[in-house]
Design a binder for this molecule. Structure first.
Ligand code: HEM
Ligand SMILES: *[C@@H]1O[C@H](CO)[C@@H](O)[C@H](O)[C@H]1NC(C)=O
Ligand SMILES: *[C@@H]1O[C@H](CO)[C@@H](O)[C@H](O)[C@H]1NC(C)=O
Length: 611
């Protein structure tokens, strides 16, 4: 009898597993039938990046990739696979093919025209809600909303991104870059420390100086720098590079930078634990840390809003106390929102008197609710610092292994900041920034290959939409809830648009030179072949912000220093060649987590040498 029961247990365990497999097979077949109707090549994969559990275990199954024939699907199960394979799968399967998994049908697009349409026609091609969940932590916002709601958000947000603000970005970026480089390169007091133990951590006292830094160190530096620039130009709070946002005020568990970094680096736990309510005895340390960080950040945002409201109201009446200028984004946004509120109230009054007092005031509001205001301020933080910091991180190794490009950019920098002109730190935004074209070319080229977003997915509005793909004018019918993803990294490197050296980093390709005047400008790539900041009405509003920041940092760096590959101690590197190789390997070894990031940045480094 008991023997029988023991015999049964494994069979009972088998039942739930069997049911899961049955359900997944059913979903896969259903999705496959749907994908067949698209009339494009299909790749079937049993597990995808949309299976969150798979994302956790995926690294342990790397061997699948090398299994002949049967291992083909492994590479497509990674979120951001295109950073490793680019346009190549499209050469085999065409400009549109479908990846079918039990979770979804995902159409991968490698055609600039179709890509342009997908980014531009925002009412027809909408943002899939699940992919933008992380942006909604504190309320709906510009990044996540669709359709008419989006128009309302964008109308209020747009005026905040203005030249007055870019001037602030310029000045603060120069100041931060100067302090960062000073700290990185100054002789350490006791030279026991060598920079770069590969650990991310607090910047400052324990840092070694002497110019040596792993990519992990620079990741920390550039993120802190970008956060400080955003804090100043976005929120009107100035800090020094070495301390600033790393201080923990009373009543909080983390500093502003700590809380924001934590939330961004722990996207999954934040989304799962953030809104969860549990009695304390049922919680565990990571859960409590997550909830505290989410709460801290909410309080920081609330403080910004109430501070700004108080100062704009008093400032609006003239006088304005100690407030010098209201060029930061938060102030401009809150001002624009207050103006929209007043306009709404005025209209309501008019409507009331027109309809003889019987007006219901039924029109939709044109301003942002408090939760939407929070949502937008948080979204600026998410969209506005990791992106630019990441671009700086990727530019560094390429510059280090290409000394001739450093000289080429340096030539421009020397001509702009030559002996009779002020150095970067005291330069004037309006006259200086437009002259630093080669610096901007470095940014474009870095974004082309290693921008923060390798691809971007959309849903068809309504029951479905037609999409024209490829030069031969093939039209596919995309039903609702089928993901259509523009392969940015594919389009950005495809030899049809970028020539045979499309995968190589060559900033010169971005420069056009006027043969008469010798003036250089950034080349405008042919329609839709460069989409790093998206395109059309939903183009990144922070484009110029990020350009000004990047150029200011690069100019400060190359004005005084040059980068060299670093033979990192404790690794297998021996020669300069090894160090260069390691840098390029560290770049290739990237993964997608919120944005494109190096997976093992501690494995390579650079030395910042005075020229
Ligand atoms: C190198 C730097 C940057 C890159 C490559 C970049 C790229 C992009 C892209 C591709 C989009 C479209 C996203 C989508 O359709 O889902 C976008 C949207 C957005 N970006 Fe940026 N961005 C950068 C920097 C910034 C900065 C500095 C800010 C703000 C300070 C910012 C704020 C936003 C916002 C608010 C949106 C949403 C716009 C809308 O949907 O109407 N970005 N960005
Ligand atoms: C007032 O009336 C106009 C025109 O009928 C309408 O567009 C608007 O939404 C109304 N405004 C409010 C606040 O009710
Ligand atoms: C990195 O990837 C590029 C493009 O696929 C390739 O050409 C290059 O050889 C790789 N570099 C290293 C060091 O593996």
């Amino acid at each position: 009898m008991s023997g029988n029961i023991l015999f049964l247990v494994p069979r009972l365990l088998f039942i739930p597993i069997f049911l899961v497999i049955l359900k997944r097979t059913y979903s896969l077949v259903r999705n496959y039938i749907q994908a067949r109707k698209l009339g494009i090549p299909i790749i079937v994969i049993p597990l995808s990046w949309q299976d969150r559990e798979w994302l956790l275990f995926r690294p342990f199954f790397k061997w699948i990739d090398s299994v002949p024939v049967l291992g083909y699907w492994y590479k497509y199960s990674e979120l951001g696979w295109t950073m490793h394979h680019r346009y190549r799968p499209h050469q085999k399967y065409g400009d549109a093919f479908a990846i079918v998994s039990p979770s979804s049908v995902l159409v991968q697009i490698n055609d600039p025209q179709a890509g342009t349409v997908l980014q531009r026609d925002y009412k027809i091609w909408t943002k899939p809600p699940t992919l933008y969940e992380i942006f909604n932590l504190y309320g709906k916002n510009l990044v996540s909303v669709n359709g008419e709601d989006w128009q309302r958000h964008r109308r209020i947000v747009n005026p905040a991104f203005r030249e007055q603000n870019n001037k602030m970005v310029w000045e603060e970026s120069l100041r931060q870059a100067d302090q960062m480089l000073e700290l990185r390169t100054r002789r350490p007091k006791d030279s026991n420390h060598v920079g770069g133990d590969g650990k991310e951590g607090k910047v400052g006292d324990e840092r070694g100086g002497d110019g040596k830094a792993t990519m992990a160190d620079l990741f920390t530096d550039f993120h802190l720098l970008a956060m400080h620039v955003l804090s100043a130009a976005g929120f009107g709070h100035l800090h020094d590079f070495s301390s600033g946002l790393q201080e923990v005020p009373p009543g909080k568990t983390k500093s502003f930078s700590g809380a924001l970094n934590f939330v961004l680096m722990n996207v999954l736990p934040v989304m799962i634990f953030g809104p969860m309510k549990l009695p304390r005895f049922l919680t565990w340390p990571k859960f409590r840390e997550t909830q505290a960080a989410v709460k801290d950040l909410r309080e920081y945002l609330a403080e910004t809003v109430s501070y700004t409201r108080a100062t704009t109201q008093s400032g609006g009446g003239g006088g304005g106390g100690g407030k010098q200028q209201a060029a930061d984004i938060a102030t401009a946004l809150i001002e624009a929102d207050e103006a929209a509120k007043r306009e709404d109230r005025r209209q309501q009054q008019t409507n009331k008197s027109l309809s003889g007092g019987g007006g219901t005031g039924g029109g939709k509001p044109n301003y942002l609710s408090d939760s939407e205001l929070f949502g937008n301020l948080y979204a600026f933080n998410v969209a506005g610092f990791d992106t630019t910091a990441g671009t700086l991180c990727y530019a560094t190794p390429f510059l280090a292994v290409n000394p001739q490009i450093q000289e080429w950019v340096g030539e421009e920098i020397d001509s702009v900041f030559g002996s009779s002109n002020p150095p970067p730190l005291s330069s004037d935004y309006e006259t200086t920034f437009p002259k630093l074209t080669r610096c901007l070319a470095v940014m474009h080229e870095t974004l082309r290959l290693w921008g923060p977003l390798p691809e971007m997915a959309r849903f068809a509005a309504g029951d479905g939409q037609h999409l024209r793909v490829g030069g031969d004018g093939k039209v596919i019918w995309v039903p609702k809830e089928v993901y259509v993803s523009t392969n940015f990294f594919g389009i950005h490197t495809d030899p049809r648009f970028w020539g045979p050296a499309g995968l190589e980093w060559k900033p010169e390709r971005w420069i056009v030179r006027d043969p008469d005047t010798g003036v250089e400008a950034i080349r405008t790539p042919k329609g839709g072949t460069f989409l790093a900041w998206s395109h059309g009405p939903r183009v990144c509003p922070g484009r110029k912000f990020s350009q000004v920041e990047f150029v200011a940092v690069l100019a400060t760096l190359l004005y005084r220093y040059r980068l060299k590959p670093w033979v990192v101690p404790g690794t297998e590197m021996r020669t300069q060649n090894d160090a260069s190789e390691a840098l390029m390997l560290a770049v290739n070894d990237s993964q997608f987590s919120l944005t494109t990031k190096m997976a093992r940045p501690e494995k390579a480094g650079v030395v910042i040498v005075p020229r």
